[in-house]
Every structure is written in C-alpha cells, then in structure tokens.
Design a protein around this ligand. Structure first.
Ligand SMILES: Cc1cc2nc3c(=O)[nH]c(=O)nc-3n(C[C@H](O)[C@H](O)[C@H](O)COP(=O)(O)O)c2cc1C
Length: 387
C-alpha cells in the first residue's frame, strides 16, 4: 500500500473512531454552535421561546430537519425539511418522523411550562405514504392559555439531556429508574422493555446483533458515505453548519486540513478506517450493561411520530436518574443489507414484522458526562417570510 493511501485510511479510521465517541471533545466545540443550550430569554412572541426548547430535541444524525411557519398567530405549523433526509440509512424516513415527534414532545413541555395548551394535530393535510415524504405539514400546533394545564416535571431535564456514546460503567441501571422510564411512556400505545445483566444470555444476544449491524453499516459504501456527508470536522465547519456529527479532536483536524481524509471515498471493509471503528464499537457494546427498546403495533406515520415523542420522554427520564442513552438504529434500518439483523432483533423482542416494528433500541447505563451537540440558530428553522 502506498504511504499516502495508508495515511488516508488511517485518518478515516481515526475520524470514525472519534465519531463514535464524538462527545469526548465536545467541550471544545465553538461557543456559537452551543449557544442554543443557554436558556432563552422571554420575548414578545412566546413561540420563539417554545421553539428554543423544541430544537434541543434529539434528531437522527443531528440533522435538525424542523421547519416552522409562524404566519398565523398562536399557531406553529411544522414541516420537515426535505433536504435533510437520510435516504440510504433511513430509506422510508421512519427515523425522520420520529425526530419530528421528539421536537413536538419538547414543544408541548415548553408550552405547558408557560401555561399554554398545545393542541397538536398531526398531518393536517393528510399523512405521508409509507415510502416517501412531501411538502405537506407534519403537524399544526394551536396554542391557547389554559389555567388547568399541568406543568411537566421533565421540562427541567431538557437542557441536561445528551446522547452519550461513551463506554458505559459496569453496573446495572437502578430498578426505580426503569419503572419511571416505563411510566413516562404510558400516555402512548408503545411497548417498552429492558434487558440487563440479570439476563446474561439475552444480553449477549442483544450485544451480538448490535455488533453485527454496526459492522454492516460500516462495510456498506453508500451508508458509510452518508455519515461522512454530515461529518463536521474542526471549529470552522462546526460553527458554519451547527448540525450533523461534530468532531473536533486536534489530530483529526490536522489530518483533514492536510487533505488526507477524503470524505467522498468509502474505505474498503478490511481497511483500518472500518476495522478500527468496528473494534471501538464492539468494545463499548461488550460492556454495555443494559438495553432499552420500544415496539409499536403498526408503523404508520402517526405511530412513528408518537414513537419519537415517547423516546424523548424516556430519554429525559433517564437523564433525571443520571442515566445515559445511546440509540442503536442500525439493526432497525430498512435497507437490504440490514435484513438479517432487522429480523434478528424483531425476533428477539417478540415483535414479528410487519405487524410490529421496533422503533427504538438503545444502550442504557451510567457514563461519564459528555458535552452537548450543536444546534443551528433559531431563525434558521423559521420559514422565510413566515416568521
Ligand atoms: C430517531 C433517532 C435515531 C437516532 N439514532 C442514532 C443512532 O443510531 N446512533 C447514534 O449514535 N445516535 C442516534 N441518535 C441520536 C442523535 O444522533 C442525537 O440526538 C443527535 O446527534 C443530537 O445529539 P443530542 O441528542 O446529544 O442533542 C438518534 C436520535 C433519534 C431521535
């Protein structure tokens, strides 16, 4: 192998390794990319304050696909940005719909905090079909003061929540936390469950499926390239985009600055770029003390949005109990190469497809604190001329 190529592949491996543990360097992210994580001030239009909370929701690949129309007073119409989809890894945009749901859940919590009732009408102009999305709204939210509205204690966790991809400590989540997570999802028709160290055989099978699915994603050119497209390396790119997967480790920045990491070329499956990433992930999975999962009956668009709402609640409860979550969507993804892990996880969770869909599967445990992920400026989410 030529020296230049070796360095390039090595660089790719390191970059990907850091992506899995990207939060390790989050503290040094440029301040403007993290501005959204400072609680907002009140302003003349309460909807801006509500949105400042909603955009802190988790979103697959941190794509922040939310667009809002504020042209009707006391109303927020939510659209999905069709330029922010993941056609390779999320071909039917299931995770995108979930990520609309996480936003709506946080919006609802923020409204309650202000004594507002948020009437959320999903798909007011009709739901998208099962395969593709279009320009119709995902939701219309009507806001009205309501003295009977109850505040939501989970609101307090919004600024503390983070996705944590670090290695988790070797101790099981406390039972009281699991009960709270389960209860938090009760408003929605979703089956949730956990597997932990008290079921070692089952835990091993969860780990094995997750490892397999991750390896497949890394070895499939078009899916790894889709992640490369949203990598933001170094302060300049991170500050410029404020979305995607932020990586700020000095070595990676240097490799990238030297032009030695070509993000348009997929690394070979046996290259260090892939094998080091697989090794890193396997090590984290091998010590993961618990998994959390959510299963729905049916998989229509409203169900997907609802699953997102439920996941947001579950992760906020976990946060309140000092627990971390790290979604593992690879085996749940609907592209052909994942067919086997997809079938395996559905079988393991007694959720025969297509009647049932595993919407979320996540590592769960205690982990060292990590920094926040970037968010764009609030005005970037408001449709031009509809503010
Ligand atoms: C539907 C959905 C799927 C996700 N899938 C993954 C995943 O497979 N792997 C992962 O590391 N993070 C996943 N995430 C977490 C996002 O990457 C994360 O929310 C985003 O990077 C923003 O970071 P934050 O949650 O710390 O604010 C997912 C989040 C959602 C809502």
């Amino acid at each position: 192998m030529q020296r230049r190529q070796f360095i390039r592949l090595t660089g790719g491996g390191v970059v990907l390794g850091a992506t899995a543990g990207l939060s390790a360097c989050d503290t040094s992210l440029p301040a403007e990319a993290l501005q959204a994580w400072s609680p907002p001030a009140d302003g003349p239009d309460v909807r801006h304050w509500l949105l400042a909370h909603a955009i802190l929701a988790p979103h697959s690949h941190n794509l922040q696909s939310w667009r809002v129309d504020l042209s009707v007073p006391d109303q927020i119409t939510l659209f999905i940005d069709l330029d922010r989809l993941l056609p390779e890894t999320d071909p039917f945009s299931r995770q995108m719909m979930m990520s609309q749901g996480t936003f709506l859940e946080l919006l609802d919590m923020a409204a309650r905090h202000k004594g507002l009732r948020a009437d959320i009408e999903l798909f007011p102009e009709g739901a998208f079909g099962p395969k593709t999305l279009d320009g119709r709204p995902t939701a219309r939210v009507r806001l009205a003061p309501d003295a009977s509205i109850q505040s939501e204690p989970l609101f307090q966790q919004i600024f503390l929540r983070r996705t944590n991809r670090e290695a988790y400590e070797d101790r099981p989540p406390q039972a009281v936390a699991l009960t709270s997570i389960e209860k938090s999802v009760e408003p929605h028709p979703i089956r949730v469950g956990f597997v932990g160290t008290d079921q070692p055989g089952l835990l091993r099978r969860h780990r094995a499926i997750a490892m397999d699915a991750w390896r497949i994603e890394m070895e499939t050119s078009r899916t790894i390239l889709e992640s490369y497209k949203v990598l933001r390396i170094g302060p300049k790119e991170i500050a410029q985009h404020r979305d995607g997967i932020a990586v700020n480790a000095p070595l990676l920045r240097a490799i990238d600055a030297l032009g030695l990491f070509d993000r348009t070329v997929a690394p070979a499956p046996d290259s260090m770029a892939v094998t080091s990433q697989v090794k890193d992930f396997n090590a984290k999975l091998a010590t993961t003390p618990a998994f959390f999962f959510m299963v729905t009956e049916g998989n229509d668009r409203a169900t997907q949005v609802t699953a997102g709402r439920a996941y947001a609640r579950a992760q906020l409860v976990a946060t309140a109990h000092g627990l971390s979550m790290h979604p593992l969507q690879q085996a749940l993804q609907e592209y052909p190469e994942q067919a086997e892990p997809y079938a395996d996880i559905h079988r393991l969770l007694e959720a025969p497809s297509p009647r049932f869909t595993v919407q979320m599967w996540s590592r769960l445990g205690y982990a060292p604190a990590v920094g926040h992920a970037p968010r764009r400026r609030l005005d970037a989410f408001i449709l031009p001329g509809r503010g």
